[in-house]
Design a protein around this ligand. Sequence first.
Ligand code: FAD
Ligand code: NAG
Ligand code: NAG
Length: 525
Amino acid sequence: MAASKAFALALLLCALSATCHVAISAPASSGYAPVPIKDDFLSCVVRSVPPRLLFAKSSPAYGSVWSSSIRNIKFVSEKTVKPLYIITPNNASHIQAAVVCGRRYGMRLRVRSGGHDYEGLSYRSDKPEAFAVVDMSQMRQVRIDGKLATAWVDSGAQLGELYYAVAKATPGLGFPAGVCATIGVGGHFSGGGFGMLLRKFGTAADNVIDAKVVDANGRLLDRKSMGEDYFWAIRGGGGESFGIVVSWQVKLVPVPPTVTVFQIHKGVKDGAIDLITKWQQVAPALPDDLMVRIMAMGQDAMFEALYLGTCKDLVPLMNSRFPELGVNPSHCNEMSWIQSVPYIPLGKSGTVKDLLNRTSNIKAFGKYKSDYVRDPIPKAVWEKIFTWLVKPGAGVMIMDPYGGKISSVDEAATPFPHRKVLFNIQYVNYWFGEGAGALPTQWSRDMYAFMEPYVSKNPRQAYVNYRDLDLGVNQVVGDISTYESGRVWGEKYYKGNFEKLARTKARVDPNDYFRNEQSIPPLLK
Ligand SMILES: Cc1cc2nc3c(=O)[nH]c(=O)nc-3n(C[C@H](O)[C@H](O)[C@H](O)COP(=O)(O)OP(=O)(O)OC[C@H]3O[C@@H](n4cnc5c(N)ncnc54)[C@H](O)[C@@H]3O)c2cc1C
Ligand SMILES: *[C@@H]1O[C@H](CO)[C@@H](O)[C@H](O)[C@H]1NC(C)=O
Ligand SMILES: *[C@@H]1O[C@H](CO)[C@@H](O)[C@H](O)[C@H]1NC(C)=O
């Protein structure tokens, strides 16, 4: 029983924040009518962008285009501050035009790739303001160079499209990024991006080798023309702040012909608490080929593993390092790496073709928070944590062990500073239906307060891709986000790298054109 509940959870975690998708590539059938041209920004943009790629609030398709990739239904609401315009470029030149016109006529832009931002910052504003959205979903080509083991991927591609294209063109190669197929490359790589290969190959951003970016002056830059500090900043410094990333060049990574997955459930009654207590020290020290993460929900803990090798090698390895979990051949599911990608969230019903599906019907509202743990949490505290997991409004804890490659990269090598830690915690709270959010939201805040003594301190670290506006928002003075207000949340996401991010921002966007509630403020002095 516990097993089926937690299995449903795994399935839910990728699907839960997805909304009904209305294809935006079919304007004719969705009631498209030309946008009435009545303001300066729009008449400027329309000189370079075909009108069928522009949507104003009065366009019949506006609502379906706006909500097309919203993954947190909390923001599909009358109250949400929505963009005046949505531009769906299919060429970098359209993005350049949007920036040039936006600067000229005072229209801010927010960028959306996959729309998974937990706080919806890619398509809504927290306070009334005029802005337009550049929605990248029409730009999602993946071009693989099998000889060099590299790929160029457009920001609007979803991770599943990248994984699929890589496996199809070069079966011996893969790419290390997030677990859910519908995540957009644009936002995900901008914040780091990690999944089941993090211990072997680090974050997605660690594997980016070039990028094409439209800067605040509307120039299209690559690594060479943007320079190394700018290139450093876009690989983990969070989306939005440094311009619009059009595409990324990544280094593909070798994967063996056979990988092994297991998903083992242990209830508190079966010793889950002892197992987690030990896991904290075992999992971050395992060989890099093995990732064993935990999803804890109610009184159940699921130990989920991806091993880059066969069952024959995995079982003795687990039995020497973590015999208490009792792994035996009946737990093993052997498959190719690409089959493991849908298998992990969807189980046996997941197929490789699902990686291309941009649609989902499940509607959930969510609140998410994150922590990093540097020292093992005592067993007595885990006992308390499991009492929290059955309180009203309780969420799920997903724990990803670090160690291996992700931890071997220097803290300052990229803006993503979370290297010398044992594991990441993500607190996931979700609910269905407007008005049902009070209890889960309160739980997430109370749980976060409870965990404070046991997690990283000075600063308490958090992962920018698990966006959380409770950590703080920018204050704008004289039309510039202040460095002091940014430090409050920024040092949690970036530690000592925050200052360099702010100095880089001052060089590439001193007027703070690209901004949102948690964009990097320019450090001007
Ligand atoms: C169901 C689900 C599962 C997840 N699983 C994982 C996981 O396994 N691992 C993990 O690391 N994270 C995970 N995340 C978090 C995810 O990595 C972040 O939400 C990420 O930012 C999403 O990228 P996006 O393009 O889909 O989002 P968006 O909402 O489109 O963008 C996120 C931010 O980046 C900016 N941005 C988007 N595109 C660009 C661009 N082209 N140029 C510049 N800025 C841009 C946006 O303005 C916004 O600020 C998950 C999220 C969800 C909802
Ligand atoms: C994109 O726009 C540029 C500049 O206008 C043009 O040269 C190029 O052919 C366009 N590319 C595509 C794929 O349409
Ligand atoms: C895509 O996923 C949705 C929701 O899970 C499902 O209804 C639909 O049938 C899927 N489409 C394809 C082509 O598999």
